[in-house]
Design a protein around this ligand. Structure first.
Ligand code: ATP
Length: 349
């Protein structure tokens, strides 16, 4: 896929406390949905504002289709960047009807055709029947779809989405996410989503950049960042995990309290590893194990479709997700069996 947006060592500080966006580098490809995921305050929105042109960069560059839009020496105005923006609060014009909100930015087409086209786009986002209402007469989810229609109507190459689903309840959020993804894919547009919600990023995006304290720690597909985290931060931010140290001798296999454990790569020395709870399972001890290999169930979280067990083994707590047919009780003795390789994490710099 061809590259559409290139962000190259983008850096921004607001005061003497150091940069809030620190040498951020990534690319978004054509027709790709890309998410910037990170905790509140890590610099995601600032990054989006630098890309859209609402903020000036201290260092670094932003290119769309190889055209330089932002650098310390160059600033293309937001309206001239060919980028659509859906704000967290939708920012619809309250005094304009739904159709006028969408027609507003269509300055490139003749006036008499604007309403016809705006209605077409509203129909695509399922809002055709609401075209004459005012934004105040719409639900959050409906306003969200109007904001999306307004952003995509001028056919931008790229749409920026700043936590656009955060005002919706859980059920509406999931269905709106699916609809928006399908609308963007059908329209052949690229999108850059900013969110602190890992489930949202994992289910909505084709690729994810995980951001921490102004810097990107890892870029990859949802499966890569979830199952092959590079750092402790990524491993922990993407979901629950088991972190533990092992002594490796330059091979892909190590002996641990869980028995023989495969690593995702050769490692040497005392290395930090991560293994997701669903990559472990529990068995009843068969009597042949060493005492040090037998753990005790200390807690059980029953969640209907699956169960999370908390198991204490040699003073360490392990989390194990199993399906709901594997029933153990607190105080039961169990053996933890790895089902997959553990991932070796980079040590903090
Ligand atoms: P959230 O998920 O809460 O929206 P975020 O990851 O989008 O957070 P930013 O809004 O980019 O984070 O903010 C990053 C840091 O920059 C924060 O510490 C914030 O207080 C600071 N910041 C953002 N805008 C400004 C500004 N205009 N002036 C000074 N500091 C700012």
């Amino acid at each position: 896929m061809k590259q559409l947006l290139r962000v190259d060592h983008l850096t921004k500080a607001f005061d003497d406390n150091g940069p809030v966006v620190d040498s951020v580098t990534f690319e978004v490809r054509e027709n790709e949905i890309f998410a910037l995921l990170g905790p509140s305050g890590c610099g995601k929105t600032t990054c989006l504002r630098l890309i859209s042109g609402f903020e000036r960069a201290d260092e670094g560059e932003v290119y769309v289709e190889e055209e330089l839009l932002e650098s310390p020496d160059r600033h293309v105005a937001p309206q001239d960047r060919g980028i659509g923006f859906v704000f967290q609060d939708y920012a619809l014009f309250p005094h304009l009807s739904v159709i006028d909100n969408v027609a507003f930015g269509l300055t490139d087409i003749p006036k008499h055709k604007r309403h016809v086209y705006a209605e077409e786009v509203l129909c695509r986002t399922g809002m055709g029947d609401y075209k004459d209402r005012n934004p105040s007469e719409l639900s959050g989810g409906q306003q969200q779809r109007v904001a999306l229609a307004r952003a995509i109507a001028p056919k931008p190459k790229l749409v920026l989405l700043d936590e656009p689903f955060s005002n919706l309840d859980a059920v509406l959020r999931e269905s709106t996410r699916k609809e928006v993804r399908s609308i963007l894919k059908k329209a052949g547009m690229s999108a850059l989503l900013v969110t602190h919600d890992q489930e949202e990023a994992l289910s909505f995006a084709d690729r994810i950049a995980v951001m921490n304290d102004g810097r990107i720690e890892q870029v990859g597909t949802p499966e890569e960042v979830y199952y092959k985290p590079k750092t402790k931060f990524v491993a922990q931010f993407l979901g629950r995990t088991n972190l533990f140290r092992v002594e490796a001798a330059g091979e892909e296999e190590v002996m641990t309290e869980l028995g023989k454990l495969h690593l995702n790569c050769c490692a040497r020395g005392r290395v930090l590893c991560s293994i997701r709870p669903e990559h472990l399972t529990l068995e009843k001890p068969n009597g042949a194990e060493l005492d040090s290999g037998v753990g005790t169930v200390v807690n059980r979280e029953f969640k209907g479709h699956d169960i999370t067990y908390h198991v204490m083994l040699n003073g360490e707590r392990y989390l194990v997700h199993t399906d709901n047919r594997l029933l153990f009780d607190p105080e039961d003795k169990v053996v933890i069996k790895p089902l997959e390789s553990a991932v070796v994490l980079q040590e903090d710099q």
